[in-house]
Ligand binder design. Structure first.
Ligand code: COA
Length: 266
């Protein structure tokens, strides 16, 4: 019997494995358990010779993932923030290094860490409902799971600065124009489109695909490695500042107030 995970669904439809981020009531926000379980299922699919392609998506109609679970952020110190950043980077690098192609089927919001995960995938297909961006500036922080690096490599430095520093959130069509996603499809066709691409890939020789991925990834690897370390140091440094914690706490308490008001007025 296959293992049950608290925050992930793993469904194997040979030769494809579907990994679904499964906290729909929290818009699939990524907590420590999800990171750990994602790592486990990636290991599992790597070792399974019957699996030749992996698709990552989000449960529910609204979100692929809205990023790191914000409720875990305000407790971080400089030291634990560095660990938090390294752990996420490590799991997303596992996605990037998987010997099989990995597709992101972006079914809604892909924000912060959710977009960082999608950027670590080899291909990104987006529903026409998808919205993508990096809201970290609003929290007084920067992306810490590879986003500053992989976004710049994917869309160029200018667009990376617009998305991260200005904090512009883009819809699927705009994301397509800037090369942030490879294809946009009507929401209800997303799964079929992802499956169709997976099937095309599965027709090729797995060894050839694996070597193509390795060779292409090597273009960025040495700079990416030092860039990720730099990102961790800078991400963690922000957690040594009182202002950062205040900003995150104020964001959380504003959300609590909004929630209370909605309940009371409803
Ligand atoms: N971390 C923790 N919880 C999150 C979350 C995150 N990144 N994103 C969404 N959630 C939770 C909300 O707190 C809410 O939980 P509740 O019902 O217990 O209050 C639930 O998911 C639904 O989200 P809600 O905000 O009510 O949905 P919405 O449609 O009004 O807004 C967003 C959608 C994406 C605009 C909003 O959820 C948001 O801004 N999320 C934070 C995104 C972010 O800053 N990510 C970067 C983290 S570094």
């Amino acid at each position: 019997m296959s293992k049950h995970y608290a925050t992930i669904k793993l469904r194997k439809e040979k030769p494809t494995a579907w990994i679904t981020l499964d906290r729909p009531d929290k818009l699939n926000a990524i907590n420590a358990t999800m990171l750990q379980e994602l790592s486990e299922v990636l290991d599992n699919t790597e070792k399974d010779n019957n699996i030749r392609c992996v698709i990552i998506t989000g449960e529910g109609e609204k979100a692929f993932s809205t990023g790191a679970d914000i409720t875990q952020l305000h407790k971080l110190t400089q030291e634990t923030a560095a660990e938090f950043s390294r752990k996420g980077q490590q799991v997303f690098s596992q996605v990037e290094a998987l010997s099989k192609p990995v597709l992101a089927a972006i079914n809604g919001y892909a924000l912060g860490g959710g977009l960082e995960l999608a950027l670590a995938c080899d291909f990104r297909i987006a529903s026409d409902h998808a919205k993508l961006g990096f809201p970290e500036m609003k929290l007084g922080i920067i992306p810490g799971w590879g986003g500053t690096q992989r976004l710049a490599w994917t869309v160029g430095v200018a667009e990376a600065k617009r998305l991260i520093m200005v904090g512009d959130r883009v819809k699927a069509e705009e994301a397509l124009k800037m090369g942030l996603v490879d294809k946009v499809v009507p929401h209800e066709e997303l799964k079929a489109e992802a499956e169709a691409l997976a099937q095309r890939l599965c027709e090729y020789q797995p060894e050839a695909l694996k070597h193509a991925k390795r060779a292409i990834n090597a273009v960025t690897q040495s700079l990416l490695k030092s860039g990720l370390k730099n990102e961790t140091d800078l991400f963690a440094l922000l957690f040594s500042k009182r202002e950062t914690k205040e900003k995150i706490e104020s964001f959380l308490s504003q959300r609590e107030t909004k929630k209370r008001d909605t309940v009371e007025s409803g």
